[in-house]
Design a protein around this ligand. Structure first.
Ligand code: NAD
Length: 463
């Protein structure tokens, strides 16, 4: 028996049919109408900020500053960007001049794909659910959102508000978990966006393959941090501690673990301790500035990894099962075979793994799946280039963590096991746009290109 609200299979079929009909109606061919819908999404968030803060607090114990800074503001910002730029993005593009083809008037038409399914996770249930759909609607698609059952309060609020703000021909919400998503995957979509873990991504991809439906995968993995002793250590420690604590480490681009030169480990750990004390002067367990873990299952998983570490807990370490609370924790002296290095932590624990040098750090990273983000803290341009030039990852960031997800003009996405495809701003528009090649060939062209028609005479061939 499910404990969260669900949409029945019959309703799912009706919603699917009505979105198909909505797309066929052609109302989103009008850019002006797309803009109204984008504006409505922005108002949906802005008008209800207080309710979103409450829902986030109920689901994730999330401090409201984090909700507004990391999720609501950036998603409203994306609405504004799309509203201002959609005419430019949607304009057909002339092909570059080519003497052989200019008379055909070759253009690339920017066309919607159709009806988009977005299956989103619990950890940023607005940014991952509504964010990419702004671009999808800007591109003229109708959209169906299946938010996470784990973030039940935020998902429920979105399901309540979407019918109040959005045209039901354009955007609908289906609530539920595995059974409902499985039902959705039996239906035909024109593109599926899935954000979540790699295991489920394989299920989604296999289902989409049956109908050759294109898929965008926004996944996760272990995003490393490489520390150069020649870094601004205090700043690095504060930023890494913040990146590990925000949303209780349940961030797809959270710094997962740190690789530190062996003889610099003491100093690095001391700096992390100082940051921890600065952030939580009365102790993390007494702070209201830390989110909690989403579910008892995830709490048990993360605590189990911590209980089994062979490293030494040097910062934090407190847990409270009743509140699903885990303090931001640093574990030093971690080795490759440690429990904390076995999977994406998705919790507020930072394993510090000492390495001999940067080459050993790069070797370790390159032995493993390409991560969603890779971070380096260094004041040395050559060091940073060496790290970026000798690794592959979704994003490559020096001297900060996480906030690139909100940076205008940058795509957000992984590579290989951390995902394929990307979104954010114009990249969302592009992801859900079909580039339709178009030409109009005038009759007189045959006076020049008539040689293409049979019979293929020797004279034509020598031309
Ligand atoms: P999840 O894979 O458990 O769930 C995500 C969605 O998939 C939910 O809507 C859920 O209902 C659905 N789902 C779960 N099991 C399913 C099944 N068997 N069949 C069909 N659908 C199923 O992911 P999660 O735990 O909510 O999110 C955590 C993961 O998401 C982490 O790995 C994190 O790194 C990743 N993530 C990535 C991004 C990104 O943008 N790249 C953003 C946020 C989270």
């Amino acid at each position: 028996m499910s404990t969260h609200p669900t949409t029945s299979p019959e309703e799912i079929e009706q919603i699917h049919a009505s979105l198909r009909q909505g797309f066929r109606s052609g109302k989103l061919k009008s850019i002006a109408y797309r803009k109204i819908q984008i504006l409505q999404l922005g108002y949906l968030l802005q008008d209800n900020i207080e309710r979103f803060k409450e829902a986030f607090a109920a689901d994730l114990g999330r401090p409201s500053l984090e909700t507004v800074f990391l999720e609501i503001d950036s998603t409203i910002g994306d609405c504004k960007l799309a509203y201002d730029r959609v005419e430019k993005w949607a304009k057909a593009e002339k092909a570059p001049f080519n003497l052989n083809f200019f008379a055909f008037g070759p253009v690339v038409r920017k066309e919607p794909k159709g009806v988009i399914l977005n299956i989103s996770p619990f950890n940023y249930p607005v940014w991952t659910a509504i964010g990419p759909l702004i671009g999808a609607i800007a591109a003229g698609n109708c959209v169906l959102l299946k938010p996470s059952e784990l973030s039940a309060n935020v998902s429920g609020l979105i399901a309540e508000l979407v019918p109040k703000y959005m045209d039901p021909d354009v955007m609908r919400v289906v609530l539920g978990g595995v059974a409902e998503t499985t039902k959705l995957l039996e239906l035909r979509w024109d593109h599926i966006l899935y954000t979540g873990g790699g295991r489920v991504a394989k299920i989604i991809s296999a289902a989409a393959a049956k109908t050759l439906t294109p898929v965008t995968l926004e996944l996760g993995g272990k995003s490393p941090v490489i520390i150069d002793p020649n870094c601004d250590l205090t700043t690095a420690a504060r930023r890494i501690m913040w990146g590990k604590s925000v949303n209780a480490g349940q961030t797809c681009v959270a710094p997962d673990y740190a690789l530190v030169p062996r003889d610099f480990e003491d100093k690095f750990v001391e700096a992390l301790k100082a940051a921890h004390i600065e952030f939580y002067p009365k102790g993390a367990i007494n702070s209201s500035d830390i989110s909690t873990i989403i579910s008892p299952g995830h709490f048990t998983r993360i605590k189990g990894l911590l209980d089994n570490t062979s490293g030494k807990v040097v910062v934090g370490g407190e847990t409270d099962a009743e509140r699903k609370f885990i303090a931001p924790t640093v574990v030093r002296g971690v080795t490759e075979t440690d429990s904390l290095m076995s999977e994406e932590l998705f919790g507020p624990i930072l394993p510090v793994m000492p390495v001999d040098n940067v080459d050993a750090a790069l070797e370790y990273i390159n032995k493993h799946d390409h991560p969603l983000a890779l971070y380096v803290f260094s004041q040395d341009a050559k060091f940073k280039s060496k790290v970026f030039d000798n690794t592959q990852s979704g994003s490559a960031i020096a001297n900060d963590v996480i906030i690139h997800g909100g940076a205008d003009g940058l795509p957000f996405g992984g590579i290989g096991p951390s995902g394929s495809g990307c979104h954010h701003g114009k990249y969302s528009f592009d992801e859900f746009t079909h580039l339709r090649a178009s030409m109009d060939s005038p009759s007189w062209i045959d006076k020049i290109l008539g040689g293409r028609f049979p019979p293929y005479t020797a004279k034509k061939e020598s031309f």
